[in-house]
Write a protein that binds this ligand. Structure first.
Ligand code: SF4
Ligand code: SF4
Length: 70
């Protein structure tokens, strides 16, 4: 599970650059800061490596394993 707090994002694209799986792309929309936040486009390819979360300078991304339901 990848959660992006879009309004924390400053649009630096580091997360896109550090994802070896091309899971993220910059979106076309603008957040509250007036920049483009990333979008999760291939979540099924995500290996939960955490790079996007670790390298985001603004702590806008959280990566976690799905919680078991039930
Ligand atoms: S956790 Fe790793 S594979 Fe998944 S989106 Fe982030 S950088 Fe890409
Ligand atoms: S690394 Fe963080 S601040 Fe930079 S584009 Fe990605 S989510 Fe936004």
């Amino acid at each position: 599970m990848i959660e992006i707090d879009e309004d924390l994002c400053k649009g630096c694209e580091i997360c896109v650059a550090f994802c070896a799986k091309d899971v993220l792309e910059m979106s076309d929309k603008f957040n509250k800061k007036g920049v483009h936040p990333p979008l999760v486009v291939r979540e099924e390819d995500c290996n939960l490596c955490g790079n996007c979360m670790l390298y985001c300078p603004d702590l806008a991304i959280v990566v976690a394993e799905e919680e078991e339901s039930g």
